[in-house]
Design a protein around this ligand. Structure first.
Ligand code: NAD
Length: 453
Protein backbone atom coordinates (compact mmCIF):
# COMPACT_ATOMS: atom_id res chain seq x y z
CA UNK A 1 0.00 0.00 0.00
CA UNK A 2 1.32 3.42 -0.96
CA UNK A 3 0.62 5.28 2.30
CA UNK A 4 2.55 8.37 1.19
CA UNK A 5 0.42 8.71 -1.91
CA UNK A 6 -2.81 8.41 0.08
CA UNK A 7 -1.69 11.14 2.49
CA UNK A 8 -0.29 13.48 -0.13
CA UNK A 9 -3.35 13.21 -2.39
CA UNK A 10 -5.68 14.19 0.44
CA UNK A 11 -3.48 17.04 1.64
CA UNK A 12 -3.21 18.41 -1.90
CA UNK A 13 -6.95 18.11 -2.46
CA UNK A 14 -7.68 19.94 0.77
CA UNK A 15 -5.28 22.76 -0.10
CA UNK A 16 -6.78 23.01 -3.57
CA UNK A 17 -10.28 23.16 -2.13
CA UNK A 18 -9.31 25.69 0.55
CA UNK A 19 -7.88 27.99 -2.10
CA UNK A 20 -11.39 28.08 -3.56
CA UNK A 21 -10.22 26.58 -6.86
CA UNK A 22 -13.25 24.30 -7.29
CA UNK A 23 -15.84 26.94 -6.34
CA UNK A 24 -16.46 28.85 -9.60
CA UNK A 25 -19.37 27.42 -11.56
CA UNK A 26 -17.39 27.64 -14.79
CA UNK A 27 -14.72 25.37 -13.27
CA UNK A 28 -17.31 22.83 -12.15
CA UNK A 29 -18.95 22.87 -15.60
CA UNK A 30 -15.53 22.34 -17.19
CA UNK A 31 -14.88 19.37 -14.90
CA UNK A 32 -18.17 17.77 -15.91
CA UNK A 33 -17.47 18.37 -19.59
CA UNK A 34 -14.01 16.83 -19.18
CA UNK A 35 -15.59 13.76 -17.58
CA UNK A 36 -18.14 13.49 -20.39
CA UNK A 37 -15.45 13.65 -23.04
CA UNK A 38 -13.30 11.11 -21.22
CA UNK A 39 -16.18 8.61 -21.06
CA UNK A 40 -16.71 9.05 -24.81
CA UNK A 41 -13.01 8.71 -25.50
CA UNK A 42 -12.67 5.55 -23.42
CA UNK A 43 -15.97 3.96 -24.47
CA UNK A 44 -14.49 0.93 -26.25
CA UNK A 45 -12.07 0.26 -23.37
CA UNK A 46 -14.85 0.54 -20.79
CA UNK A 47 -16.94 -2.03 -22.68
CA UNK A 48 -13.93 -4.36 -22.92
CA UNK A 49 -13.10 -3.99 -19.21
CA UNK A 50 -16.69 -4.76 -18.18
CA UNK A 51 -16.61 -7.86 -20.35
CA UNK A 52 -13.29 -8.94 -18.85
CA UNK A 53 -14.38 -8.54 -15.22
CA UNK A 54 -18.06 -9.51 -15.38
CA UNK A 55 -18.76 -10.90 -18.86
CA UNK A 56 -21.14 -8.00 -19.50
CA UNK A 57 -22.56 -7.76 -23.00
CA UNK A 58 -22.01 -4.55 -24.94
CA UNK A 59 -25.72 -3.74 -24.76
CA UNK A 60 -25.77 -4.11 -20.98
CA UNK A 61 -22.46 -2.23 -20.58
CA UNK A 62 -23.86 0.66 -22.54
CA UNK A 63 -27.37 0.81 -21.12
CA UNK A 64 -26.57 0.25 -17.43
CA UNK A 65 -23.15 1.84 -17.12
CA UNK A 66 -21.96 4.19 -19.90
CA UNK A 67 -25.30 5.53 -21.15
CA UNK A 68 -26.58 5.83 -17.59
CA UNK A 69 -23.59 7.94 -16.61
CA UNK A 70 -23.70 10.16 -19.72
CA UNK A 71 -27.37 10.88 -19.05
CA UNK A 72 -26.58 11.84 -15.44
CA UNK A 73 -23.83 14.20 -16.64
CA UNK A 74 -26.16 15.77 -19.23
CA UNK A 75 -28.99 16.20 -16.72
CA UNK A 76 -26.78 17.71 -14.02
CA UNK A 77 -24.80 20.02 -16.36
CA UNK A 78 -28.04 21.57 -17.56
CA UNK A 79 -29.41 22.27 -14.08
CA UNK A 80 -26.51 22.74 -11.70
CA UNK A 81 -26.42 26.52 -12.10
CA UNK A 82 -29.96 26.75 -10.71
CA UNK A 83 -29.23 24.30 -7.89
CA UNK A 84 -26.08 26.19 -6.85
CA UNK A 85 -27.86 29.55 -6.49
CA UNK A 86 -28.37 30.92 -2.98
CA UNK A 87 -32.09 30.88 -2.20
CA UNK A 88 -33.81 33.73 -0.37
CA UNK A 89 -36.41 32.66 2.17
CA UNK A 90 -38.94 34.41 4.38
CA UNK A 91 -38.17 35.06 8.02
CA UNK A 92 -40.44 34.75 11.02
CA UNK A 93 -42.59 37.76 12.11
CA UNK A 94 -40.30 38.10 15.14
CA UNK A 95 -37.42 38.76 12.72
CA UNK A 96 -38.98 41.76 11.01
CA UNK A 97 -36.51 43.70 8.89
CA UNK A 98 -34.21 40.75 8.30
CA UNK A 99 -33.83 38.36 5.35
CA UNK A 100 -32.90 34.68 5.24
CA UNK A 101 -30.72 33.07 2.63
CA UNK A 102 -29.78 29.41 2.10
CA UNK A 103 -26.42 29.02 0.43
CA UNK A 104 -25.38 25.62 -0.99
CA UNK A 105 -21.68 25.05 -0.36
CA UNK A 106 -19.47 22.05 -1.14
CA UNK A 107 -18.37 19.96 1.82
CA UNK A 108 -14.73 19.90 0.72
CA UNK A 109 -12.89 16.69 -0.05
CA UNK A 110 -15.17 13.70 -0.61
CA UNK A 111 -14.38 9.99 -0.48
CA UNK A 112 -16.39 7.77 -2.85
CA UNK A 113 -16.17 4.02 -2.22
CA UNK A 114 -17.62 1.83 -4.98
CA UNK A 115 -18.69 -1.84 -5.27
CA UNK A 116 -17.99 -4.29 -8.10
CA UNK A 117 -21.42 -5.00 -9.59
CA UNK A 118 -21.72 -1.86 -11.76
CA UNK A 119 -18.09 -0.96 -11.16
CA UNK A 120 -17.86 1.87 -13.66
CA UNK A 121 -21.17 3.63 -13.18
CA UNK A 122 -21.31 3.31 -9.39
CA UNK A 123 -17.87 4.92 -9.05
CA UNK A 124 -18.51 7.79 -11.44
CA UNK A 125 -22.22 8.59 -10.91
CA UNK A 126 -21.60 9.94 -7.40
CA UNK A 127 -18.57 11.81 -8.76
CA UNK A 128 -20.80 13.79 -11.13
CA UNK A 129 -22.41 15.75 -8.31
CA UNK A 130 -19.34 15.67 -6.10
CA UNK A 131 -17.69 17.92 -8.70
CA UNK A 132 -20.89 19.73 -9.76
CA UNK A 133 -21.32 20.80 -6.13
CA UNK A 134 -17.69 22.00 -6.05
CA UNK A 135 -15.93 19.28 -4.05
CA UNK A 136 -12.67 17.53 -4.76
CA UNK A 137 -12.91 13.73 -4.64
CA UNK A 138 -11.01 10.51 -4.07
CA UNK A 139 -12.48 7.39 -5.69
CA UNK A 140 -11.88 3.90 -4.33
CA UNK A 141 -13.10 1.33 -6.90
CA UNK A 142 -13.67 -2.33 -6.01
CA UNK A 143 -10.69 -4.67 -6.07
CA UNK A 144 -12.98 -7.48 -7.30
CA UNK A 145 -13.20 -5.87 -10.74
CA UNK A 146 -9.49 -5.15 -11.31
CA UNK A 147 -9.67 -4.34 -15.03
CA UNK A 148 -12.31 -1.66 -14.46
CA UNK A 149 -10.43 -0.39 -11.39
CA UNK A 150 -7.21 0.06 -13.40
CA UNK A 151 -9.12 1.69 -16.23
CA UNK A 152 -10.81 4.13 -13.84
CA UNK A 153 -7.39 5.05 -12.43
CA UNK A 154 -6.09 5.75 -15.94
CA UNK A 155 -9.20 7.60 -17.12
CA UNK A 156 -9.25 9.86 -14.07
CA UNK A 157 -5.48 10.57 -14.17
CA UNK A 158 -5.85 11.44 -17.83
CA UNK A 159 -8.76 13.82 -17.17
CA UNK A 160 -8.21 15.54 -13.81
CA UNK A 161 -5.31 16.91 -11.84
CA UNK A 162 -4.91 14.69 -8.72
CA UNK A 163 -5.75 17.64 -6.48
CA UNK A 164 -9.23 17.67 -8.10
CA UNK A 165 -10.07 13.96 -8.54
CA UNK A 166 -7.84 10.98 -7.79
CA UNK A 167 -8.29 7.22 -7.76
CA UNK A 168 -6.81 5.09 -5.00
CA UNK A 169 -6.98 1.43 -5.97
CA UNK A 170 -7.02 -1.43 -3.48
CA UNK A 171 -9.07 -3.53 -1.12
CA UNK A 172 -9.76 -3.69 2.61
CA UNK A 173 -6.32 -2.44 3.69
CA UNK A 174 -6.39 0.66 1.48
CA UNK A 175 -10.02 1.43 2.28
CA UNK A 176 -9.31 1.11 6.00
CA UNK A 177 -6.48 3.63 5.62
CA UNK A 178 -8.70 5.96 3.60
CA UNK A 179 -11.33 5.78 6.33
CA UNK A 180 -8.76 7.16 8.79
CA UNK A 181 -8.25 10.29 6.69
CA UNK A 182 -9.85 13.67 7.38
CA UNK A 183 -12.42 13.63 4.56
CA UNK A 184 -15.31 16.07 4.73
CA UNK A 185 -17.87 13.64 3.36
CA UNK A 186 -18.08 9.92 2.54
CA UNK A 187 -20.28 8.35 -0.12
CA UNK A 188 -20.32 4.57 0.21
CA UNK A 189 -22.00 1.99 -2.02
CA UNK A 190 -21.73 -1.64 -0.94
CA UNK A 191 -22.87 -4.23 1.53
CA UNK A 192 -24.59 -3.74 4.88
CA UNK A 193 -21.67 -5.11 7.00
CA UNK A 194 -19.11 -2.83 5.32
CA UNK A 195 -21.62 0.04 5.55
CA UNK A 196 -21.45 -0.38 9.33
CA UNK A 197 -17.63 -0.22 9.24
CA UNK A 198 -17.75 2.95 7.15
CA UNK A 199 -20.26 4.61 9.45
CA UNK A 200 -18.26 3.70 12.53
CA UNK A 201 -15.12 5.23 11.03
CA UNK A 202 -17.06 8.33 9.98
CA UNK A 203 -18.58 8.66 13.45
CA UNK A 204 -15.10 8.90 14.98
CA UNK A 205 -14.43 12.04 12.97
CA UNK A 206 -18.07 13.15 12.70
CA UNK A 207 -17.93 12.96 8.91
CA UNK A 208 -21.34 13.00 7.20
CA UNK A 209 -22.09 9.90 5.13
CA UNK A 210 -24.40 8.62 2.47
CA UNK A 211 -24.76 4.84 2.59
CA UNK A 212 -26.12 3.05 -0.47
CA UNK A 213 -26.49 -0.51 0.79
CA UNK A 214 -28.37 -3.65 -0.15
CA UNK A 215 -30.74 -6.22 1.24
CA UNK A 216 -33.55 -8.50 0.18
CA UNK A 217 -35.90 -6.66 -2.19
CA UNK A 218 -39.26 -8.42 -2.50
CA UNK A 219 -41.31 -8.71 -5.67
CA UNK A 220 -45.03 -9.20 -5.09
CA UNK A 221 -47.26 -10.49 -7.87
CA UNK A 222 -50.95 -10.21 -7.09
CA UNK A 223 -53.71 -12.36 -8.50
CA UNK A 224 -54.94 -9.72 -10.98
CA UNK A 225 -51.50 -8.80 -12.43
CA UNK A 226 -50.91 -8.93 -16.19
CA UNK A 227 -48.81 -12.03 -15.84
CA UNK A 228 -47.02 -12.24 -19.18
CA UNK A 229 -45.88 -8.63 -18.92
CA UNK A 230 -45.00 -9.02 -15.24
CA UNK A 231 -42.88 -12.08 -16.05
CA UNK A 232 -40.91 -10.19 -18.71
CA UNK A 233 -40.25 -7.27 -16.42
CA UNK A 234 -39.28 -9.50 -13.51
CA UNK A 235 -36.91 -11.56 -15.70
CA UNK A 236 -35.36 -8.31 -16.95
CA UNK A 237 -34.78 -7.01 -13.41
CA UNK A 238 -33.70 -10.26 -11.81
CA UNK A 239 -31.35 -11.69 -14.41
CA UNK A 240 -29.65 -8.54 -15.77
CA UNK A 241 -25.97 -8.70 -14.75
CA UNK A 242 -26.69 -12.29 -13.63
CA UNK A 243 -28.73 -11.04 -10.71
CA UNK A 244 -25.83 -9.01 -9.31
CA UNK A 245 -27.87 -5.82 -9.00
CA UNK A 246 -28.51 -4.14 -5.66
CA UNK A 247 -32.15 -3.51 -6.56
CA UNK A 248 -32.80 -6.82 -8.32
CA UNK A 249 -35.98 -8.54 -7.12
CA UNK A 250 -34.48 -10.85 -4.51
CA UNK A 251 -37.44 -13.17 -4.00
CA UNK A 252 -40.94 -13.58 -5.35
CA UNK A 253 -44.15 -13.45 -3.33
CA UNK A 254 -46.86 -14.60 -5.73
CA UNK A 255 -50.56 -15.16 -5.16
CA UNK A 256 -51.00 -18.93 -5.02
CA UNK A 257 -53.67 -18.95 -7.75
CA UNK A 258 -51.35 -17.49 -10.38
CA UNK A 259 -48.02 -19.05 -9.42
CA UNK A 260 -47.91 -21.76 -12.10
CA UNK A 261 -48.94 -19.43 -14.90
CA UNK A 262 -46.43 -16.78 -13.81
CA UNK A 263 -43.62 -19.34 -13.70
CA UNK A 264 -44.48 -20.55 -17.22
CA UNK A 265 -44.27 -16.98 -18.51
CA UNK A 266 -41.05 -16.38 -16.57
CA UNK A 267 -39.42 -19.41 -18.14
CA UNK A 268 -40.53 -18.25 -21.60
CA UNK A 269 -39.12 -14.76 -20.95
CA UNK A 270 -35.77 -16.20 -19.83
CA UNK A 271 -35.58 -18.33 -22.98
CA UNK A 272 -36.42 -15.34 -25.12
CA UNK A 273 -33.71 -13.18 -23.45
CA UNK A 274 -30.89 -15.69 -22.96
CA UNK A 275 -31.70 -18.76 -25.09
CA UNK A 276 -32.17 -22.38 -24.06
CA UNK A 277 -28.70 -22.69 -22.56
CA UNK A 278 -27.89 -19.41 -20.82
CA UNK A 279 -24.68 -20.81 -19.26
CA UNK A 280 -23.28 -21.14 -22.80
CA UNK A 281 -24.47 -17.70 -23.91
CA UNK A 282 -21.46 -15.35 -24.18
CA UNK A 283 -23.76 -12.36 -23.63
CA UNK A 284 -25.04 -13.70 -20.31
CA UNK A 285 -22.85 -12.29 -17.55
CA UNK A 286 -20.80 -14.32 -15.11
CA UNK A 287 -20.54 -14.31 -11.33
CA UNK A 288 -17.83 -11.95 -10.16
CA UNK A 289 -15.69 -14.38 -8.15
CA UNK A 290 -15.37 -18.05 -7.21
CA UNK A 291 -16.35 -17.24 -3.63
CA UNK A 292 -19.65 -15.67 -4.73
CA UNK A 293 -20.18 -18.46 -7.27
CA UNK A 294 -19.78 -21.17 -4.57
CA UNK A 295 -22.11 -19.29 -2.23
CA UNK A 296 -24.77 -19.14 -4.95
CA UNK A 297 -24.40 -22.78 -6.01
CA UNK A 298 -25.11 -23.76 -2.38
CA UNK A 299 -28.40 -21.83 -2.55
CA UNK A 300 -29.51 -24.05 -5.46
CA UNK A 301 -30.02 -26.83 -2.92
CA UNK A 302 -32.54 -24.80 -0.92
CA UNK A 303 -35.45 -25.69 -3.21
CA UNK A 304 -36.53 -27.39 -6.44
CA UNK A 305 -35.51 -25.70 -9.71
CA UNK A 306 -38.61 -24.99 -11.78
CA UNK A 307 -36.31 -23.88 -14.57
CA UNK A 308 -32.57 -23.25 -14.70
CA UNK A 309 -30.42 -24.82 -12.00
CA UNK A 310 -27.41 -25.40 -14.27
CA UNK A 311 -24.02 -23.94 -13.44
CA UNK A 312 -20.65 -23.83 -15.15
CA UNK A 313 -17.67 -24.08 -12.79
CA UNK A 314 -15.19 -22.90 -15.40
CA UNK A 315 -17.07 -19.90 -16.76
CA UNK A 316 -18.56 -19.04 -13.31
CA UNK A 317 -22.02 -18.85 -14.86
CA UNK A 318 -25.29 -19.88 -13.19
CA UNK A 319 -28.42 -20.18 -15.29
CA UNK A 320 -31.43 -18.01 -14.45
CA UNK A 321 -33.23 -20.18 -11.92
CA UNK A 322 -36.62 -20.17 -10.19
CA UNK A 323 -36.59 -22.12 -6.92
CA UNK A 324 -39.87 -23.58 -5.71
CA UNK A 325 -40.63 -25.20 -2.37
CA UNK A 326 -38.36 -22.85 -0.48
CA UNK A 327 -38.83 -22.56 3.27
CA UNK A 328 -38.84 -18.98 4.61
CA UNK A 329 -36.15 -20.24 7.04
CA UNK A 330 -33.84 -21.57 4.28
CA UNK A 331 -30.40 -19.89 3.92
CA UNK A 332 -31.42 -18.46 0.51
CA UNK A 333 -34.11 -16.46 2.35
CA UNK A 334 -31.74 -15.20 5.06
CA UNK A 335 -29.22 -13.09 3.13
CA UNK A 336 -29.23 -10.96 -0.01
CA UNK A 337 -28.91 -13.43 -2.90
CA UNK A 338 -27.10 -11.19 -5.40
CA UNK A 339 -27.24 -13.80 -8.13
CA UNK A 340 -29.64 -15.28 -10.73
CA UNK A 341 -31.66 -17.40 -8.27
CA UNK A 342 -35.26 -16.49 -7.59
CA UNK A 343 -37.00 -18.18 -4.64
CA UNK A 344 -40.75 -18.40 -5.14
CA UNK A 345 -43.05 -18.13 -2.13
CA UNK A 346 -46.84 -17.94 -2.26
CA UNK A 347 -49.56 -16.11 -0.34
CA UNK A 348 -53.35 -16.00 -0.13
CA UNK A 349 -54.02 -12.53 1.30
CA UNK A 350 -52.01 -9.41 0.52
CA UNK A 351 -51.81 -8.75 4.27
CA UNK A 352 -49.56 -11.82 4.60
CA UNK A 353 -47.00 -10.32 2.21
CA UNK A 354 -47.02 -7.04 4.11
CA UNK A 355 -46.39 -8.86 7.37
CA UNK A 356 -43.65 -11.05 5.83
CA UNK A 357 -41.79 -8.08 4.33
CA UNK A 358 -42.17 -5.99 7.47
CA UNK A 359 -40.69 -8.82 9.54
CA UNK A 360 -37.37 -8.34 7.69
CA UNK A 361 -35.07 -5.30 7.59
CA UNK A 362 -36.43 -2.47 5.40
CA UNK A 363 -35.58 -3.37 1.80
CA UNK A 364 -33.77 -1.19 -0.74
CA UNK A 365 -36.46 -1.84 -3.34
CA UNK A 366 -39.96 -3.27 -3.54
CA UNK A 367 -41.85 -4.30 -6.65
CA UNK A 368 -45.57 -4.84 -6.86
CA UNK A 369 -47.49 -6.16 -9.83
CA UNK A 370 -51.23 -5.51 -9.66
CA UNK A 371 -53.91 -3.50 -11.44
CA UNK A 372 -55.73 -2.91 -8.16
CA UNK A 373 -55.25 0.66 -6.94
CA UNK A 374 -56.38 -0.32 -3.43
CA UNK A 375 -53.68 -3.00 -3.15
CA UNK A 376 -51.09 -0.59 -4.56
CA UNK A 377 -52.01 2.00 -1.95
CA UNK A 378 -52.05 -0.51 0.89
CA UNK A 379 -48.62 -1.94 0.15
CA UNK A 380 -46.98 1.45 -0.46
CA UNK A 381 -48.49 2.84 2.73
CA UNK A 382 -47.80 -0.09 5.01
CA UNK A 383 -44.31 -1.13 3.93
CA UNK A 384 -41.21 1.03 4.33
CA UNK A 385 -38.66 0.57 1.53
CA UNK A 386 -36.01 2.68 -0.22
CA UNK A 387 -37.82 2.99 -3.55
CA UNK A 388 -39.44 0.76 -6.10
CA UNK A 389 -41.91 0.30 -8.91
CA UNK A 390 -45.50 -0.65 -9.42
CA UNK A 391 -45.79 -2.97 -12.41
CA UNK A 392 -42.09 -2.80 -13.25
CA UNK A 393 -38.63 -3.53 -11.85
CA UNK A 394 -35.40 -1.47 -11.68
CA UNK A 395 -36.71 1.44 -13.74
CA UNK A 396 -37.07 3.80 -10.77
CA UNK A 397 -33.28 3.97 -10.60
CA UNK A 398 -33.01 5.20 -14.17
CA UNK A 399 -34.87 8.49 -13.86
CA UNK A 400 -32.91 11.42 -12.44
CA UNK A 401 -36.14 12.98 -11.16
CA UNK A 402 -36.49 10.32 -8.44
CA UNK A 403 -34.03 10.37 -5.52
CA UNK A 404 -32.46 6.93 -5.18
CA UNK A 405 -31.49 5.43 -1.83
CA UNK A 406 -32.32 3.06 0.97
CA UNK A 407 -33.91 3.30 4.40
CA UNK A 408 -33.02 1.53 7.63
CA UNK A 409 -30.55 -1.28 6.91
CA UNK A 410 -30.71 -0.65 3.15
CA UNK A 411 -29.01 2.72 3.55
CA UNK A 412 -29.31 6.37 4.39
CA UNK A 413 -29.43 9.43 2.17
CA UNK A 414 -30.15 9.42 -1.54
CA UNK A 415 -28.69 10.55 -4.85
CA UNK A 416 -29.24 11.02 -8.61
CA UNK A 417 -30.10 14.36 -10.18
CA UNK A 418 -30.79 17.15 -7.72
CA UNK A 419 -30.69 14.80 -4.72
CA UNK A 420 -27.03 14.05 -5.60
CA UNK A 421 -26.25 17.73 -5.65
CA UNK A 422 -27.89 18.05 -2.24
CA UNK A 423 -26.02 14.99 -0.94
CA UNK A 424 -22.66 16.58 -1.75
CA UNK A 425 -23.60 20.04 -0.44
CA UNK A 426 -24.01 21.66 2.92
CA UNK A 427 -26.88 24.15 3.01
CA UNK A 428 -25.63 27.13 4.95
CA UNK A 429 -28.35 29.28 6.51
CA UNK A 430 -27.59 32.97 6.93
CA UNK A 431 -29.81 35.66 8.46
CA UNK A 432 -29.09 39.17 7.16
CA UNK A 433 -30.29 41.54 9.87
CA UNK A 434 -31.32 45.17 9.38
CA UNK A 435 -29.38 47.94 11.09
CA UNK A 436 -32.08 50.55 10.42
CA UNK A 437 -33.96 49.82 13.63
CA UNK A 438 -33.68 47.63 16.70
CA UNK A 439 -36.35 45.84 18.71
CA UNK A 440 -35.49 46.34 22.34
CA UNK A 441 -37.52 43.55 24.00
CA UNK A 442 -35.00 40.90 23.00
CA UNK A 443 -32.45 42.35 25.43
CA UNK A 444 -32.62 41.34 29.10
CA UNK A 445 -32.41 44.84 30.43
CA UNK A 446 -34.66 46.68 27.98
CA UNK A 447 -38.27 47.74 28.04
CA UNK A 448 -40.44 46.78 25.07
CA UNK A 449 -40.30 48.99 22.04
CA UNK A 450 -38.83 49.85 18.69
CA UNK A 451 -35.83 52.09 18.43
CA UNK A 452 -34.82 53.72 15.14
CA UNK A 453 -31.08 53.79 14.57
P1 NAD B 1 -18.67 -4.61 -0.26
O1 NAD B 1 -19.33 -3.93 0.87
O2 NAD B 1 -18.02 -5.92 -0.04
O3 NAD B 1 -17.54 -3.67 -0.91
C1 NAD B 1 -17.79 -2.31 -1.23
C2 NAD B 1 -16.50 -1.53 -1.11
O4 NAD B 1 -16.02 -1.58 0.23
C3 NAD B 1 -15.37 -2.05 -2.00
O5 NAD B 1 -14.73 -0.95 -2.59
C4 NAD B 1 -14.46 -2.78 -1.03
O6 NAD B 1 -13.11 -2.70 -1.39
C5 NAD B 1 -14.68 -2.06 0.28
N1 NAD B 1 -14.55 -2.95 1.44
C6 NAD B 1 -14.84 -4.28 1.49
N2 NAD B 1 -14.62 -4.77 2.73
C7 NAD B 1 -14.17 -3.74 3.47
C8 NAD B 1 -13.77 -3.60 4.83
N3 NAD B 1 -13.76 -4.64 5.66
N4 NAD B 1 -13.37 -2.39 5.26
C9 NAD B 1 -13.35 -1.34 4.44
N5 NAD B 1 -13.72 -1.41 3.13
C10 NAD B 1 -14.13 -2.58 2.65
O7 NAD B 1 -19.80 -4.70 -1.39
P2 NAD B 1 -19.69 -5.39 -2.81
O8 NAD B 1 -19.62 -6.87 -2.61
O9 NAD B 1 -18.66 -4.72 -3.63
O10 NAD B 1 -21.10 -5.02 -3.43
C11 NAD B 1 -22.24 -5.75 -3.21
C12 NAD B 1 -23.14 -5.08 -2.20
O11 NAD B 1 -23.33 -3.74 -2.52
C13 NAD B 1 -24.51 -5.70 -2.15
O12 NAD B 1 -24.94 -5.77 -0.82
C14 NAD B 1 -25.36 -4.71 -2.92
O13 NAD B 1 -26.73 -4.73 -2.61
C15 NAD B 1 -24.72 -3.42 -2.55
N6 NAD B 1 -24.98 -2.42 -3.57
C16 NAD B 1 -25.77 -1.38 -3.27
C17 NAD B 1 -26.05 -0.43 -4.24
C18 NAD B 1 -26.93 0.74 -3.96
O14 NAD B 1 -26.96 1.64 -4.79
N7 NAD B 1 -27.63 0.79 -2.85
C19 NAD B 1 -25.49 -0.57 -5.51
C20 NAD B 1 -24.67 -1.65 -5.75
C21 NAD B 1 -24.40 -2.57 -4.78
Amino acid sequence: MDLDRIHSVIIKQKEHFNRGETRPLAVRQAHLEALRQAVKRYEAEIIAALRADLGKSELEAYSTEIGFLLEEIRFVSKRMKGWAKPRKVKTAPTHIGSRGVIIPEPYGTALIIAPWNYPFQLALSPLVCAIAAGNTAVLKPSELTPTVSALLARLVADTFAPEVVAVIEGGVEETTELLRQPFDYIFFTGSVPVGRIVMEAAAKRLIPVTLELGGKSPCIVHRDAKLELAAKRIAFGKFANSGQTCIAPDYLLVHEEVKDELLRHLQAAVEEFYGREPVRNPDYGRIVSRRHYDRLVRFLGDGRSVFGGQSDDEALRIAPTALDGVSPEAPVMQEEIFGPILPVLTYREIGETIAAVNAKPKPLALYLFTEDAGVQREVVEKVSFGGGCINDTLMHIATPYLPFGGVGESGMGSYHGESSFKAFSHFKSVLKQTTLFDIAFRYPSAKNGLKLM
